[in-house]
Design a binder for this molecule. Structure first.
Ligand code: NAD
Ligand code: G6P
Ligand code: MN
Length: 440
């Protein structure tokens, strides 16, 4: 089989070691000849890069490895760019979450004003990666899971419509893993799903096994009682995520015909979410004190010991969807996957120019979206409002328009009034001046 060359953009990410472990676990399905890390923060990436160098030397010495901040070295001679950058890193995520909360509004990485602020930072960063890829490896594909994926995807649809970029999210995959557990299946791959919506904003409307048996009735009964918490859930799962998976029960109650993405809680129950938030300690703080400390701590230990033999780095098993996607492109597998793609009539009664998250068959020519047909009014109404928000953010970025950004925040279902929206935009603009385009 062909051996592939891969660059991970955002090499300093907390997810990088888990993804490297996952790639090592999948070498038989997806052989790698060269692996490179690219990041624009050399010091942050060095810790992860040095640790992974040791790990790779011990476990896969045949793979040529380097890490760099030089785009030419990083993006030359690659088949795939796996992109997970966070423009502004955790300190900016913290502000995205805390500033809206000051005004009693949801403070979240990808939803509401926080997601909008993050979008205004991310668009430029991801477009820069696309430019590097097109300049140095024009035949490569970018598998992008940098957030906020919905806004980034709309920006790339508009500004580089012919780029070989695939936008994907792991949230449906994570929830489907839970569904499989609830049903007592070995793997989510035993289910064939029909899902539609936007990124972090969608619904399952059918779930069958490969024999065509309807699995929805059993899932509905469980979700109505427990949300997406399987009876066998390990007790140690992070509390904030547990709450989110449990809350799916209340979202589900609004439409018993479908099963919801957990992110809908921010749009449907913003008041309760705010009530349960600590404005002085948000998810960013949990991640800084948790995942970031742990991953960087382990990497530093590997470097000190000069060996990764006893390292506790875990395989990010559920990230194997990235290998599924790379294989689908490289080997024309026609695997059915949920991707964020231009609607173009797939959802019949919805804006053809919206970026929607729907099942696609993925082959060497890219994704072929499957037909969804008509969707119900409740979902269509919510999606229409949210798509307008996402489009306005991209307008604001392209035109440098304060007005459009204020409209976007005012229109978000998470924000109660245009006055509050203005206060939040003004404060976010202040702290984002090094990252956002100038707004007039
Ligand atoms: P992180 O801050 O640990 O890592 C991000 C890295 O990106 C940092 O090392 C940073 O220096 C680097 N970076 C920032 N701007 C850059 C630029 N312009 N060019 C190159 N590198 C740049 O963050 P994390 O928590 O590990 O998350 C990384 C990203 O992955 C985030 O966007 C997060 O939202 C996303 N994510 C997406 C999914 C999904 O399913 N779509 C799942 C998990 C994480
Ligand atoms: C899910 C979403 C991602 C998001 C992540 C946040 O996996 O699909 O888009 O980035 O959650 O996780 P965190 O642990 O950083 O809050
Ligand atoms: Mn996601």
């Amino acid at each position: 089989m062909k051996q592939f060359s891969v660059v991970i953009a955002g090499g300093g990410s907390t997810f990088t070691p888990g993804i490297v472990m996952m790639l090592l676990d999948n070498l038989e399905r997806f052989p790698i000849r060269t692996l490179k890390f690219y990041d624009n923060d050399g010091a942050r990436q060095e810790v992860i890069g040095e640790a992974c160098k040791i790990l790779l030397r011990e476990r896969a010495p045949q793979i040529e490895f380097c890490y760099t901040t030089d785009p030419q070295i990083a993006f030359s001679d690659v088949d795939f760019v796996m992109a997970h950058i966070r423009v502004g890193k955790y300190p900016m995520r913290e502000l995205d979450e805390k500033i809206p909360l000051k005004y009693g509004v949801v403070g979240q990485e990808t939803c509401g004003p926080g997601g909008i602020a993050y979008g205004m930072r991310s668009i430029g960063g991801v477009l820069e990666l696309v430019d590097y890829m097109e300049r140095y490896s024009p035949d490569a594909w970018m598998l992008n899971y940098s957030n906020p994926a919905a806004i980034v995807a709309e920006a790339t649809r508009r500004l580089c419509p012919n780029a070989r970029i695939l936008n994907i999210c792991d949230m449906p995959i994570g929830i489907e893993g839970r569904m499989a557990q609830i049903l007592g299946l070995e793997s989510r791959k035993e289910m064939e799903v029909s899902y539609y919506g936007l990124n972090h904003f969608g619904w399952w409307r059918a779930i069958r096994d490969h024999q065509g048996n309807d699995l929805m009735p059993r899932l509905r009964a469980h979700v109505a009682e427990h949300g997406y918490i399987p009876m066998t859930e390990a007790a140690h799962h992070e509390a904030s995520w547990c709450e989110t998976f449990g809350k799916a029960r209340d979202i589900y109650a609004l439409d018993p015909e479908t099963l919801p993405n957990t992110y809908l809680k921010y749009y449907l129950f913003p008041d309760e979410v705010v009530e349960h938030s600590d404005p002085h300690y948000t998810r960013a703080n949990e991640v800084i004190d948790g995942r970031e400390k742990q991953v960087f701590g382990q990497c530093r230990q590997i470097i000190e010991r000069g060996s990764a033999q006893d390292a506790e780095l875990e395989v990010d098993e559920h990230a194997s969807y990235i290998v599924d996607l790379a294989r689908a492109i490289a080997l024309n597998t026609k695997e059915r996957m949920l991707l964020i793609v231009p609607n173009k009539g797939a959802i019949h009664n919805f804006d053809p120019d919206a970026m929607v998250e729907i099942p696609c068959l993925v082959g060497s020519g890219g994704p072929e979206p499957l037909q969804i047909g008509d969707i119900p009014n409740f979902q269509k109404g919510m999606m229409g409002q949210q798509v307008a928000v996402e489009k306005l953010v991209v307008d604001a970025w392209i035109e440098g328009s304060y007005q459009k950004l204020w409209q976007a925040v005012s229109l978000s279902k998470t924000v109660p009034s245009a006055t509050v929206a203005k206060c939040i935009v003004d404060e976010l603009q202040q702290v984002n001046r090094d990252y956002w385009p100038e707004l007039n």
